[in-house]
Design a binder for this molecule. Sequence first.
Ligand code: BV8
Ligand code: ZN
Length: 245
Amino acid sequence: MVEIPQKIKELLIEKVPVAVLTGAGISAESGVPTFRGKDGFWKQHRAEELATVDAFMSDPELVWGWYQYRRGIVNSVEPNPGHFALALMEKAIEDFTLITQNVDNLHARAGSTDILELHGNIHRNKCIKCGAVYSKEVDVNQKEVPECECGGMIRPDVVWFGEMLPQQTLQSAFEAAERAELFFSIGTSAIVQPAASLPIAAKRHGACLVEINVESTMLTGYADEFLQGASGDILPIIIKECGFE
Ligand code: BV8
Ligand code: ZN
């Protein structure tokens, strides 16, 4: 059983401003493969190769198919105790901000509300020509790339490598990180920018930086506390020991 440092519990019970950054690792226990872990995605391809405009423009069906495959997985899994624990933490703490790199919508399905989705949402699509956003879920078995009324190709409404993140969302994320007195980096390899700069910004502005991960990352040496283990195990313990259930 992981020991939760007293300092973290005190800050939570004091209800100081809290910000959380999550990555693919928080959804791993739900059965959604991570990007870079040993059970990583799509063996013969890497996210960096498929999650790009070039990849989509050169082979729309391949990239569309990858997202359809991922939508199928996401639709077939459930949020896990880690997602539910963060929804309870949000209810307990007035100034609480959940920032996610994930596009799987599992935080929303677990009851979290105002979520900052840095990299978009896999259930939304948009036209590459006129920018029209399509929120209606598509049939995950649809192999061909859908076409917009304007004739443009429709793509997943997610942020690909080399693309800007939604500016307002990113700005709100940095504001929350800089305001936080307690910042959790959960289930992320802390490689992808600019998301990986958020924990650094939080610590620079005086936050207690806590990392929750099954293995150490580039951030571990910089964190005040490293809770090694599965987020689905550790987060419910934190919630229970702080009486947030
Ligand atoms: C930008 C799309 C520029 C949606 C994603 C060189 C060339 C080109 C670009 C760059 C470059 N160097 C830097 C860049 C910038 C680039 C970048 O950071 N590249 C990286 C690879 C170095 N960033 C960008 O391109 C960003 N845009 O910079 O724009 C710009 C600037 C100005 C003007 C115009 C443009 C865009 C970044 C967004 C890319 N899109 N996804 C999708 O398909 O999902 S990123 C992709 O990686 C996912 O979104 C994912 O969320 C994200 C990060 O991965 P993680 O979430 O951390 O997941 P990972 O598998 O890596 O790690 C999982 C962790 O969980 C592991 O540590 C594991 O141990 C842990 N774990 C596992 N199980 C558990 C667990 N932890 C706890 N409990 C468990 N049970
Ligand atoms: Zn269009």
